[in-house]
Design a protein around this ligand. Sequence first.
Ligand code: 5GP
Ligand code: ZN
Length: 114
Amino acid sequence: MNQDCLFCKIINNEIPSDRVYEDDQVIAFNDINPQAPFHVLIIPREHISTTNDLTSENANLLGHMILTAKNIAAENNLSDPGYRLIMNCNEQGGQTVYHIHLHILGGRQLRGLG
Ligand code: 5GP
Ligand code: ZN
């Protein structure tokens, strides 16, 4: 828990969110400013600021985040049409919240990458 972290506050229900999934390792909720018809964020319950802070000890967690994304996409009929998974890192990567998160974007044709 990082006292100043927005997503840690969401995990602790200090800030409300529209959760779509949760388990002992991660929570998933709708993005407040969706960039596509479907835009969900998956975050670890553990505070990790950026992908630069990841170590081999986080390998299982990262795998779990991606498998969770796959399952959430399937439950929302996105498997066949497709979707995009993104993790932004630091300023030039477009990161604005410094608690790692996996974006799931879908529901329209996505173009470009940056
Ligand atoms: P980043 O730019 O760091 O990759 O993504 C941060 C995402 O968090 C953005 O898409 C932004 O809309 C979302 N976001 C920021 N504040 C909140 C919030 O309070 N609630 C929710 N649900 N999403 C948020
Ligand atoms: Zn945090």
